[in-house]
Design a binder for this molecule. Structure first.
Ligand code: SAM
Length: 318
């Protein structure tokens, strides 16, 4: 299937921004507009609630929301289903005034606004973005989505000291760094993976990205209070996904340090497609990883992993 055919099989996903209203209110609004809860593909005015992610609605791919006042006012966020996995899996503290959470690579801010909503706008969510222009987009998004607990910071996450008074107490870090974008399904983005590129050039490019991704994870692991780190990409390449995780598991932070892959039961257990076992040193680790395959999972291509700090108790329990 080409990019267009695959895109046609992906419902239009719309996340209800619970910082503004509730999902029952959204459903009522759409019902009043003549929509019915018959599933995303029954007819042009049918929609559904997602089976894996709360507050996510599915519409027919033809439905456009770009001009919809609900989108313009931030009550609806246009966000692919797979892109909702990282914040949901990270599971930040909710309704906790003392919570400190970091989104290390935030712009344009879809996952930041999701984290903020899951935190019920309580505590502090530091959102780092190193690119100045993208930082501007992030700021606009946060205002529009009414994210009152977010402190955006125009800085490179790698320059942030884990001992910093402000950020050092972060317990949850979301890492969704730059990647090849090879999982994104639409014709334009397919051009990102340039067909004229030689295998060698492609491998060099992916290896560079993977080295940077690994560095970001290791930096996140230096934060003294961090308990959970989610690493995600919208890439389909094992080099940026399983291989990065494999290297983290072989690093000091996991061999002699406190971090381990999360138990599969903590990583959206209802989602069937997991990591690729043959790409891991220990194939059993693949069960802790999530993959989304474009065209087959009604999402874009995506990858999610989570690292957890082991407590003394769980280490001695083996
Ligand atoms: N999480 C975002 C969302 O869901 O809307 C998408 C993030 S995008 C894949 C990666 C972003 O990280 C880019 O905006 C990029 O400029 C930024 N970035 C890359 N390296 C960074 C670094 N070292 N520190 C902070 N931001 C970085």
């Amino acid at each position: 299937a080409n990019g267009d055919e695959r895109a046609a099989k992906i419902p239009r996903y719309v996340r209800v921004n619970t910082s503004c209203w509730t999902t029952p209110e959204a459903i009522e609004t759409f019902t009043a507009r003549g929509y019915s809860l018959d599933g995303p593909f029954a007819h042009s005015k049918s929609f559904a609630e997602d089976e894996h992610i709360p507050d996510l609605l599915l519409f027919s791919p033809q439905v456009q929301f770009g001009e919809d006042p609900l989108y313009i006012t931030g009550k609806l966020i246009l966000q692919d289903k797979a892109s909702c996995f990282p914040a949901y899996i990270l599971y930040p503290p909710s309704d906790d005034d003392n919570a400190v959470v970091i989104d290390a690579t935030a712009a344009p801010g879809n996952k930041t606004s999701h984290l903020s909503a899951l935190m019920k706008n309580k505590g502090t969510l530091y959102a780092f973005e190193r690119d100045k222009k993208r930082f501007g987009t992030l700021q606009m998004m946060l205002t529009k989505a009414k994210c009152s607990n977010v402190q955006p910071v125009n800085a490179d996450f790698l320059t942030i000291s884990p001992e910093d008074q402000l950020y050092g107490s972060a317990t949850h870090i979301l890492l969704d760094p730059s990647c090849s974008g090879s999982g994104i399904v639409n014709r334009l983005d397919h051009l990102l993976e340039t067909e004229s590129e030689s295998d060698e050039d492609r491998e060099t490019r992916l290896n560079k990205l993977a080295a940077f991704q690994l560095l970001m994870i290791k930096h996140a692991m230096k934060f003294p209070s961090v308990k959970r780190i989610v690493y995600s990409t919208c890439s389909v390449h094992a080099i940026e996904n399983e291989h990065v995780v494999r290297q983290v598991l072989k690093s000091e932070e996991c061999i002699n340090g406190p971090f381990a892959l999360a138990h599969p039961g903590e990583v959206l257990p209802t989602w069937k497609r997991r990591g690729i076992p043959t790409e891991m040193d220990d194939p059993r680790h693949a069960a802790s990883l999530i993959r989304c395959t474009p065209g087959e999972d009604a999402t874009n291509g995506f990858f999610v992993s989570m690292f957890i700090r082991q407590t003394q108790l769980s280490v001695s329990e083996g």
